[in-house]
Design a protein around this ligand. Sequence first.
Ligand code: GDP
Length: 454
Amino acid sequence: MSPEADEPSCLSRHQSYRKHSPHKPSSYLISKLRKYEDLHRQCGPGTKSYKREYCKYVIWLPANGLGNRMISIASTFLFALLTERVLLLHQRPDMEDLFCEPFPNSSWVLPVDKFPLQKEFWDEKDRHSHSIGSLMQKGNSSAARNESSRGQASSYLFVNVNHGRYDGDNVFYCDRGQASIEKIPWLIMLSDQYYAPAFFVMKRFEKEVIKMFPEKQTVFHHLGRYLFHPSNQAWGLIKRFYRAYLEKADQRIGLQIRVFNPKTVPFQTVMDQILKCSSKENNILPKLDDAKPVGTSQSGNGTSSKAILAVSLYSEYYEHIKNMYWTKPTVEGDVIGVYQPSHEEYQKFGDNMHNMKAWAEISLLSTCDVLVTSAWSTFGYVAQGLGGLKPWILHKANDQNVPNPACVEDLSMEPCFHFPPTCDCDTDEKVDAGALVPYLRHCKDLNWGVKLVE
Ligand code: GDP
């Protein structure tokens, strides 16, 4: 938490509905953050150093949905901490006002009109010719370094490690790639990935990052809670919903239902899968007393109340679950409420209010006591990381058949790095990123991805 933050401009910094985290950040991480704040204050937009380009920067470009963006911002911030760069976000209008400024007395928003790389920044062709991969291939990296040491305006490089790219830019994950970009003042980063785990297997960063995060599964948990405070507008959405529907419950159960292929996987399959996971295979949702006819009063004498938060683009799952608990008593006799904040129907691009709702829903999920999330979904990853929760993940269904088992308990609260590098940096031979160190394991929801575990 930034020490100098002022309450009215960022209410969420001083109020939270999340459970207190049992995971303490290391004192080394805290000292790195304070040092970073000083650097950002000195070099941020509007400062003398920024105008004269005295500092080194990493500019983050948005790609894909909000979950993808947040995991990649956190990774880029970790990179900035490790390399003493200043992180600036190229926020499009659809991301404005989602978050408070995280760094005291400064801004992390790139001022697009006061940016020295105007022309190059927008020119996609120029991006490729200035990419780290093509420069390394041409053996041109020393030329780029010389250019940068002379302080010319073209002293920048693009790094494109967006999903599924296995081309030259993956040299970013190699020590030699890092050596070649070390002195370049402007790095422009395009990624939708949670690439933070890569630093744990790079000789150059490994010691430092382990010192920062002795508890390895807490990287996103700490960085996410430090960086992402809902703006007052987003906080309004969260607070009103939480107080009306979730606050009084004894237990909050979050269901995040993301269906990537609704045309091939029918509603009933997903619904059966959710119930199989959370009721038959595990004791997550309260059991219905099927023996009792509709209208019978509760069989048990339970007095506890449970709130089920159903988060999805669609309303059908919420309707079905709500109806279930309305028309049948539960075995324990608990009071069950089922709630859904919104159903936006499809992912909308360039829509600020759509992203605001998504952010509010991610935050509400992070206040839950237990989470069921959907395989492959970065939306769910952010909720689990911020909440410090190890979720149950619904396996990805591909057709009408309910996967067996329906879900699996995750390995840790960390997001999954979907596309880790697959080649050894020195030999160029294939490597299995999940077999390099004991604290990096294949993800349960996506077997070619890796994640940090204890
Ligand atoms: P992913 O695609 O599941 O990895 O998550 P992303 O967050 O990167 O992209 C999905 C986007 O679709 C979100 O950012 C939202 O814009 C939208 N979306 C998906 N699921 C939901 C949902 O349950 N609620 C809301 N409000 N939006 C969602």
